[in-house]
Design a protein around this ligand. Structure first.
Ligand code: GDP
Ligand code: IMO
Ligand code: MG
Length: 428
């Protein structure tokens, strides 16, 4: 059986908790897009782990794969590995495999990320500054350095010279000069630590799939940050929807695949861009504080707002979600009234989806259904019957709009704080 975990909003939906749960049951855990812009929190008993680039299964010593759809910052990888080593988690070429054709994030990409944001001025995206976008640009520009290039010294030097020549005129304007020879030496040095992980991972994954191993594909970010389907241009630079599982790994088995859509019981967003249900009042402050809504990677305060059912419905369809996991229900516990966005009015016309046209998005008015809050704790509840009546009504109303039953409800950061309505996780 194969499982994908996808965020259905703007990221930080709580994918880490579910990925960790599924990964304890899986044989192999695979990242297929994004890079170290991701920040996934796993709470295992008293320990909290925060992962950026490594698949979450590494904590449980599962076979972990970083697929070709990811962009790899070698220095960030080695940092993350050594931090985990210090916590007693050992990573070697028996539990970590990296696609040999993966494209690298180099120091120049972080500088370009910064310059791009400066040039965007007021319309900046608010990227994580990890060089993700510029690395993907070089990938599609057919200039990128791939992991397998590191072992071919002449080829590497040649490609590196060309890459720097391509970018240098723009960077000179900002006095950002890079010494290519130093970068070349640095890549060779880091190469000694990472080349041992390089593998034809498409082959390894397909073999595991054919042997009926349980494979978990761990998504980063969320559908609304997808380069094609998100709130472009305020998106990340990869496809975050489930279709990318295949292109980002070379896995070719299309059946027996469950897609978990991780969905927060309200909405958050880090960085700029449209957010129809955003709140700027006391409720926003309440959600930020109670939900601890601060970015894992950049520590920025996340913008908070009401649950947007039209956006989530869109994401469920695009990723072919088979099971919805509703997270952080407990964060809503103290609210008097809770609103759900069921669609939009734009220039007098009703929409049940978010149109891509940026000009239309500027005039968006959410249409809300207001429900009474439950005003009691749901933290740690594990049974549907134990939920307050108004919490049940809230969930049932969301299901009605989404036209899909919610399979799992998360009522706290820990695994035990979960309502598994159909015993899905217990049965895997
Ligand atoms: P990810 O990027 O989707 O993996 O999510 P993050 O780790 O960036 O942010 C989710 C945060 O919510 C983490 O701090 C989790 O420990 C926490 N969390 C996950 N599920 C729940 C829940 O049901 N209730 C509460 N209160 N916190 C949760
Ligand atoms: P996880 O996996 C939330 C956002 C950034 C910015 C935009 C582009 O933890 O859900 P980038 O550096 O990717 O070019 O920035 O995307 N972003 C995320 N927001 N969670 C994430 O990951 C994110 N990864 C990128 O804030 O708005
Ligand atoms: Mg996160």
């Amino acid at each position: 059986m194969f499982y994908s975990v996808i965020g259905t909003q703007w990221g930080d939906e709580g994918k880490g908790k579910i990925v960790d749960w599924l990964s304890s049951l899986a044989d192999m855990v695979v990242r297929f897009q994004g890079g170290n812009n991701a920040g996934h929190t796993l709470k295992i008993e008293d320990k909290v782990y925060k992962l950026n680039l490594l698949p979450s299964g590494i904590i449980r010593n599962k076979k972990c794969i970083i697929g070709n759809g990811v962009v790899l910052d070698p220095w960030a990888l080695i940092d993350e590995i050594s931090k985990l080593n210090n916590e007693g988690i050992l990573i070697n070429n028996q539990n970590l495999y990296i696609a040999e054709n993966i494209c690298l994030i180099l120091p120049i990409h972080k500088i370009i990320d910064e310059v791009n944001e400066i040039e965007r001025g007021n319309e900046n995206i608010g990227t994580t500054m990890r060089g993700i976008g510029p690395a993907y640009e070089d990938k599609v520009g057919r200039r990128a350095i791939r992991l397998c290039d590191i072992q071919n010294f002449d080829l590497l030097k040649n490609k590196l010279d060309k890459l720097h020549k391509f970018h240098q005129p723009r960077l000179e304007k900002y006095n950002k000069n890079i010494d290519v020879d130093i970068v070349y030496q640095d890549i060779l040095s880091i190469g000694k630590h990472i080349l041992k992980f390089a593998s034809p991972v498409w082959k390894i994954i397909n073999e595991a799939g054919e042997k009926k191993n349980i494979i978990l594909f761990e998504g980063a970010q969320g559908s609304l940050l997808d380069i094609d389907f998100g709130t472009y241009p305020f998106v990340t630079s990869s496809n975050t929807s489930s279709g990318q599982v295949f292109a980002g790994t070379g896995f070719g088995i299309k059946d027996n695949h469950k897609v978990f859509g991780i969905t927060k019981a309200y909405t958050t967003r880090v960085g700029s861009g449209p957010f129809p249900t955003e709140l700027k009042d006391d409720i926003a402050i309440y959600l930020t504080e109670k939900g601890k809504e601060f970015g894992t990677v950049t520590k920025r305060k996340r913008r908070c707002g009401w649950f947007d059912a039209s956006l989530v419905k869109q994401s469920l369809k695009i990723s072919g979600v088979t099971d919805i996991v509703l997270t952080k229900l407990d964060v809503l516990d103290e609210l008097d009234i809770i609103k759900i966005c069921t669609g939009y009015k734009i220039n007098g016309k009703n929409y049940d989806y978010l149109p891509f046209d940026e000009k239309l998005q500027e005039h968006i008015e959410p249409i809300y259904k207001s429900l009474d809050g439950w005003k009691q704790t749901t933290f740690g509840i594990t049974k549907w019957e134990s939920l307050p009546e108004n919490a049940k009504k809230y969930i049932l109303y969301i299901e009605k709009i989404l036209e899909k039953k919610i399979s799992i409800i998360s009522t706290g950061p820990e695994r035990s704080e979960t309502i598994d309505r159909n015993n899905i996780l217990g049965n895997i």
